[in-house]
Write a protein that binds this ligand. Structure first.
Ligand SMILES: NC(=O)c1ccc[n+]([C@@H]2O[C@H](COP(=O)([O-])OP(=O)(O)OC[C@H]3O[C@@H](n4cnc5c(N)ncnc54)[C@H](OP(=O)(O)O)[C@@H]3O)[C@@H](O)[C@H]2O)c1
Length: 292
């Protein structure tokens, strides 16, 4: 039985990833990460009531990616549940969006949260295991607005976690001052875009540090979830009108990166499961990126 952890899986794209794993990979057991146990249990109940064979293949794990203590406790629960076996995959899906807090809070979930989970769970991962980081096209879109120097930093293959932390600290100190971001070549300092650009940079670092795993990042596409629906509501338009797709479609690239044959490690993929560049947007269906 392969074992996969999905963070932020009580709703939205994370829930759809768990649902598709249970449907499409019958030999796989899922640890459904949820920062709120009740919301996690409700999600697991929905999945289990849909098909009898899923009852024994999903376990809720309370996991708040913004808390060291919660992440460490969750890793201990998973270690015990694995009983000496190892994890096959980690999907870092938990995320918060625009309007979800100040820059520091957004970084704490979208960027530091990913690193916290990797630090705690990588010791449980089997060689050859997969890590899938759900970032966003907001990352490359953010990089595209930066100066050449900052672009070079944000896509540097030899970036370290210390470099990423230093940039987070510098940006938090500038928080709320759009002119200060602009004068440092950091676009408009969009918290979400910055957090996702840095999560992509972290993926490069991680892949270099752990060549024994297959580690990639991806954007799920523009998906109708609680994160995006306010955008449609605010404009009085339907999600379909806005071009949003259902969560199950948003899960497709994560499923590919977990079980398919990606081109190696340390890359960023579009929602069409094709490679994309880290410094500009590539629309789904257009030719894949072929650079390093
Ligand atoms: N929807 C899109 O178009 C889109 C596009 C690009 C990228 N993404 C990315 O896709 C991922 C999933 O987003 P979504 O659209 O499915 O949004 P969503 O429906 O709002 O789901 C977000 C999930 O993350 C969880 N979460 C938030 N903070 C957390 C924390 N501190 N610890 C653990 N879990 C936490 C939420 O839990 P609660 O229910 O407890 O809040 C929820 O389960 C995010 O990383 C997002 O940035 C989404």
């Amino acid at each position: 039985m392969r074992r996969v952890l999905v963070t932020g899986a009580n709703k939205g794209i994370g829930f759809a990833i768990v649902e598709r794993i249970l449907e499409e990979a019958e030999d796989t057991f899922v640890f459904l990460g949820s920062r709120d146990r009740d919301r996690g249990e409700a999600a697991a109940g929905k999945l289990q009531s849909a098909a009898a064979d899923r009852t024994d293949r999903v376990q809720v794990v309370e996991l708040d990616v913004s808390s060291d203590e919660s992440v460490d406790r969750a890793a201990e629960v998973v270690r015990e549940a694995c009983g000496g076996d190892r994890l096959y995959g980690i999907v870092n899906n938990a995320g918060i969006g625009l309007g979800a807090g100040d820059l520091n809070s957004v970084l704490d979930v979208n960027t530091r949260g990913m690193q916290r989970v990797c630090n705690a769970f990588i010791p449980l991962l089997a060689d050859g295991g997969r890590i899938v980081n759900i970032t966003s096209a907001a990352g490359p879109n953010f990089v595209a607005t930066c100066s050449r120097e900052q672009q070079a930093f944000l896509i540097r293959p030899d970036v370290t976690w210390n470099d990423i932390e230093a940039m987070m600290n510098e940006c938090v100190a500038l928080s709320g001052d759009a002119d200060a971001f602009a004068s440092r070549g950091l676009g408009d300092g969009s918290p979400y875009g910055l957090s996702k650009a840095l999560a992509n940079a972290y993926t490069l670092h991680l892949a270099r540090e752990y060549p024994q795993f297959v580690i990639n990042a991806c954007t799920p596409g523009f998906i109708a979830t609680d994160l995006t629906l306010p955008l449609a509501g605010g404009r009085g338009r339907s999600p379909e009108d806005m071009g949003m797709k259902p969560p199950r479609e948003g899960a497709a690239v994560a499923i590919f990166l977990l079980f398919g044959a990606p081109e190696g490690t340390g890359h960023y993929y579009g929602s069409d499961a094709k490679r994309s560049p880290l410094d500009r947007y590539r629309s789904p269906g257009s030719p894949p990126y072929t650079g390093d």
